[in-house]
Design a binder for this molecule. Structure first.
Ligand code: XLS
Ligand code: CA
Ligand code: CA
Length: 436
């Protein structure tokens, strides 16, 4: 049976096509810079938004039925696997990402949850056979259940820490069993609501302890993939410890986790932190923490994580520029952590949303290479810092300059000459490349 009967395999038809169920820019096998587009982009399906979310919001019930014609929770979970694989195959998506509780229902006890998880992991594994679909990353949901109201690794209750650790152990085992090369920590409740009841020092130390345990365990099982932290400044907690890329990098270095962890950067989380998506990617890149991407976009008029499908080509171009400059993805990829709007309640809408998001990033990839090949922007930046290539600039760069030598120099040379930053000119180049 088909869960998506209204469309078949989505084909690339090119920019002139008006077929809603066709790619206009994403041409999976097209070679760009020596590699097929699909390998530059490594698109992934998020299990939670794509197969589970029923679009409930604080003011109303869900608008999408996610029972897939079944009633028993395990039958629903299996139907989600079938629907997910049909969806990925039709869209040509070769990766997926999941939380433990997305794929299998929580039982009444931990033992029951564990049994459910492993039954579905086995089922997913059997579905993967004979396809080229792989697991991009797995994770444990340590925020949905009320037990995590005070946090998981940062909970004030040791039993909650233990429960979280047990969930992580199984989520890591599931990731390994499915051949995943990524494991994500997203600390939705790892933060605080008020400092009045919070020992921040213990919480941060414990959070790092949990990560260290995860690394030690996974490595002991032969896992050679990456761990990621996914920064987000707030929501659901008032303040989250993984605020942004810079904060997380400082944390990972402080606790000696930097050898095993990279970052999974989400566009909407970047803007919630008051940054651009490309800023977060740049911080990761220049510090050697570039890992994976959660693609979506927020709404500039709303202050929360709207997780909309990306349709902003300029942002996608600036993001793909950072990906290319990082050397491309190794274990990471582009996971659509995005959901349709509440009124877009049909399964067709979900496919149309993915087509739009994939086309946006495909165009972003093409345009980013055009920006790089054009070289006007890169050469402007190179030229802007040329004063550090020789003379006093070279002394500063190679560490021979001191405050005394620089004072002596300034006394001799007087007021520095500075040149224009030319932002508007550079923006016009980007516009020219984006719209030609
Ligand atoms: C929520 C996060 C979450 C992580 C995985 O805002 O984006 O979905 O990606 O736990
Ligand atoms: Ca995310
Ligand atoms: Ca999000």
């Amino acid at each position: 049976m088909s869960y998506f009967p209204n469309f078949g395999k989505i084909q690339y038809e090119g920019q002139g096509s008006k077929n809603p169920f066709a790619f206009k820019f994403y041409d999976a096998e097209r070679i760009i810079n020596g590699k097929p587009m699909k390998d530059h982009l490594k698109f992934a399906m998020s299990w939670w938004h794509t197969l589970c979310a029923n679009m409930t919001d604080p003011f109303g019930q869900g608008t999408i039925d996610r029972t897939y014609g079944k009633t028993d929770p395990m039958d629903i979970a299996k139907a989600k696997v079938d629907a997910g694989f049909e969806f990925m195959e039709k869209l040509g998506i070769e990766y997926f990402c999941f939380h433990d509780v997305d794929i299998a229902p929580e039982g009444k006890t931990f033992a029951e949850s564990k049994k459910n998880l492993w039954e579905i992991v086995d089922y997913i594994k059997s579905k993967m056979e004979g396809t080229n679909i792989e697991l991009l990353w797995g994770t444990a949901n340590l925020f949905g259940n009320p037990r995590y109201m005070h946090g998981a690794g940062t909970s004030c209750e040791a039993d909650v820490f233990a429960y979280a650790a047990s969930q992580i152990k199984n989520a890591i085992d599931a990731t390994i069993a499915l051949g995943g090369k990524g494991y994500v920590f997203w600390g939705g409740r790892e933060g605080y609501e008020t400092l009045l009841n919070t020992n921040m020092a213990i919480e941060l130390d414990n959070y790092a302890r949990l990560m260290k345990m995860a690394v030690n365990y996974a490595r002991s099982k032969g896992y050679d993939g990456d761990f990621y932290v996914e920064p987000k400044p707030k929501e659901p907690t008032k303040h989250q410890y993984d605020f942004d890329s810079a904060t997380v990098i400082g944390f990972l270095r402080k606790y000696g986790l930097d050898g095993d962890f990279k970052l999974n950067i989400e566009a909407n989380h970047a803007t919630l932190a008051g940054h651009t998506f490309e800023h977060e990617l740049r911080v990761a890149r220049i510090n050697g923490f570039f890992g994976s991407i959660d693609a979506n976009q927020g709404d500039e008029h709303l202050g929360w994580d709207t997780d909309q499908f990306p349709c902003d080509v300029k942002t996608a171009t600036c993001a793909m520029y950072e990906v290319i400059k990082s050397g491309g993805f190794t274990n990471g990829g582009i996971n659509f952590d995005a959901k349709v709007r509440r009124p877009s309640f049909t399964f067709d809408d979900i496919a149309l949303a993915y087509i739009s998001g994939m086309d946006t990033f495909a165009l972003g990839l093409i345009k980013a290479f055009e920006v790089i090949d054009d070289d006007r922007i890169d050469s402007f930046v190179r030229d802007r810092y040329k004063s550090y290539k020789s003379g006093i600039g070279a002394d500063i760069m190679n560490g021979t300059a001191t405050l005394e030598s620089l004072e002596e120099y300034t006394l001799k040379t007087g007021e520095p000459k500075v040149s224009s930053g030319k932002q508007e000119y550079l923006e016009s180049i980007l516009t020219q490349i984006l719209y030609r």
